[in-house]
Design a binder for this molecule. Structure first.
Ligand SMILES: Cc1cc2nc3c(=O)[nH]c(=O)nc-3n(C[C@H](O)[C@H](O)[C@H](O)COP(=O)(O)OP(=O)(O)OC[C@H]3O[C@@H](n4cnc5c(N)ncnc54)[C@H](O)[C@@H]3O)c2cc1C
Length: 545
């Protein structure tokens, strides 16, 4: 159980290590450090997973396109990065099977040459994965391809090739990492922003000033080592510790749109192998929607980013080259955008930059920064970082145990769990599936709440299987502090439909007000603020009001 009041009280102690940033990288570092016996504090400025780590394409992948980049730039290092990620893919799937699974991707081919070229690429991907391969790649005839994807543009289609990768719930996985860390005795605190890092002259960092973004109170935390795992904000934290630090990141925006899956007419995933600007685009079934992404546009700032009308136009344009019946803007039901925190390398474009990571220990301050990488390699990034922390603390480097450490909700999560829960708690199969997909065996705790108070067994809104007990569970056990914490990252409704999320906001606010003792005015303000944000997102994306 994660209670923010308990975490605030515990944050006053002295820690071996403080991890700054509660995205995938920071949560992975916190879990690894705690498992090695380090007394660990995790501080996150917003909510866990609220920045890049819930804005990914949701792929656990080696990155098939990086193989092409490796060939184009004669870069064997890139091949090594792909190979390592393919191995990490297996650990990620294994440690939280309720949040992740294997998926087959179809690459349509419109000439014999394409068929041979993509066929060779996917075979190489299989070979690199070796024993870590999920499903072997295959060739599909034209008829087989159209059977799997009836809406595929058939003019000129000669067939398809398939390959496999993993797919996951990124926000859910991030939260499961934080829960697992907290269950092991780690202290995790969200809505707590590092404002300043402090040290005595000639010594390493020893404390940080934190602003509690809920109460606006500032306080100090103390630790013997500090890890900067702030993704796109990493250069800002490096400069906070050492104003002479030179920037290391190159930032790139990536956007996605969500469409109703039935409009696509297939339950299979497609990889669009070549866009006009030399990228790939995925069209993937995800949580009952079709997720289409992503773009890649260099940016200078890491502030709030959102889906723009240009992003929408770009993604629909490329998707529509491959389908019989074009999809249109009016069908879009949501979307999101994020910033890739890539390590800069000479003048290469962001799409060709390696997804490798680097651990940097600042010589003057001892700040340990983990830079670059991707979701799939969060565990390996954490392992390298905590090795560096132990070296910095002049400890012997203890063996990392995260390769095989099941995340909270995984143990006992069988394939029949959904049916058992639906039967025992007399809930719909859809609700049971939704709860288990988010929480694994922790779903029982939500259903226990609903069993004790029948009002909590009611749906939050019609058209989505989440029930009200999830709101209460998120507040009492999962440190949810706002409507967005609940609807975006705990329940996932914001990633399913902006319209339904706006409808759900007053219901969620009612429970937040009850649990936290908010006044009517504060409750209404929270609803207005959240719905206003959704409205702005719609407008920026050119989707009306
Ligand atoms: C469009 C897109 C698609 C992607 N798709 C994939 C994919 O399919 N598969 C894959 O493997 N990878 C993918 N990635 C990459 C992956 O999402 C990122 O590498 C990963 O999420 C980065 O995690 P992070 O924890 O480093 O950063 P973040 O998730 O951004 O976390 C950093 C955290 O630090 C916090 N923070 C910042 N400043 C402070 C402060 N002063 N005090 C306290 N906290 C602070 C922030 O609030 C934030 O939560 C994608 C990335 C993008 C942008």
């Amino acid at each position: 159980m994660m209670r923010r009041t308990d975490a605030l009280a515990a944050a006053g102690e002295e820690f071996d290590v403080c991890i700054i940033g509660g995205g995938a990288t920071g949560a992975g570092c916190a879990l690894d450090a705690q498992l090695r016996g380090l007394k660990t504090l995790l501080v996150e400025a917003n909510d866990f997973a609220s920045v890049t780590s819930s804005a990914s394409t949701k792929l656990i992948h080696g990155g098939i396109r990086y193989l092409r980049e490796a060939a184009l730039h004669f870069d064997p290092g890139q091949v090594g990065v792909v190979k390592r990620a393919l191995q990490e893919r297996v650990y990620m799937l294994h440690n939280a099977p309720f949040l992740a699974g294997a998926m087959e991707f179809i690459i349509p081919c419109y000439s014999r040459w394409e068929s041979a070229y993509f066929g060779a690429g996917v075979k190489l991907y299989d070979l690199l994965a070796g024993k870590a391969n999920l499903l072997p790649s295959r060739r599909l005839t034209r008829d087989q391809a159209l059977q799997r994807m009836p809406t595929l543009k058939s003019d000129g289609l000669v067939g398809a090739v398939t390959y496999s990768d993993g797919q996951f719930d990124d926000a859910g996985y991030n939260l499961a990492l934080v829960r697992t860390f907290a269950e092991l005795g780690g202290v995790a605190l969200n809505h707590a922003r590092v404002m300043a890092l402090e040290r005595k002259p000639g010594e390493g960092l020893h404390s940080a000033q934190i602003q509690d973004e809920i109460s606006r109170r500032t306080f100090e935390i103390r630790a013997r080592a500090f890890v900067n795992a702030t993704g796109p904000a990493s250069d800002a934290i490096r400069r906070m510790a050492n104003p002479k630090a030179t920037p290391r990141l190159k930032l790139s925006k990536g956007a996605h749109i969500l469409l109703p899956l039935q409009q696509f007419g297939s339950g299979d995933a497609m990889l669009i192998p070549e866009t006009s600007d030399g990228r790939v685009i995925f069209a993937i079934p995800w949580m009952g929607r079709l997720l289409v992404g992503t773009t890649d546009d260099p940016v200078n700032e890491f502030g709030d980013v959102s889906l723009s009308d240009e992003d929408v136009g770009y993604l629909l344009h490329h998707l529509n080259q491959f389908v019989q019946k074009p999809l249109v803007t009016e069908q879009i039901i949501g979307g999101f955008a994020g910033i890739r925190p890539l390590i800069s390398a000479d003048s290469r474009s962001t799409k060709s930059l390696s997804r490798d990571h680097k651990v940097e220990v600042d010589e003057q301050t001892g700040l340990i920064s983990i830079l670059g990488g991707k979701w799939t390699t969060y565990r390996a990034m954490a392992e390298d970082t905590i090795d560096a922390v132990q070296r910095y603390l002049r400890q012997s480097v203890r063996e990392c145990s995260t390769r095989n450490h099941p995340l909270s909700g995984s143990v006992g999560s069988t394939t029949t769990l959904c049916e058992e829960l639906a039967r025992t708690y007399r809930t719909s199969p859809e609700t049971a599936r939704h709860l288990v997909g988010k929480l694994g065996t922790n779903a029982v705790r939500v259903l226990e709440l609903a069993a004790a108070a029948p009002e909590l067994a009611e749906p939050i809104v019609d058209g989505f299987p989440a029930i009200r007990a999830e709101i209460v569970y998120s507040i009492r056990n999962d440190m949810a502090m706002s409507i967005e914490d609940i609807l975006a990252r705990r329940i996932g409704l914001q990633f399913y439909s902006w319209k339904l999320a706006a409808q759900a906001a007053p219901v969620v606010a009612q429970y937040l007000a009850r649990e936290y003792g908010w006044s009517d005015e504060r409750r209404q303000h929270a609803v207005d603020e959240y719905v206003g944000k959704l409205r702005r997102m719609l407008q920026t994306a050119g989707l009306g009001n």
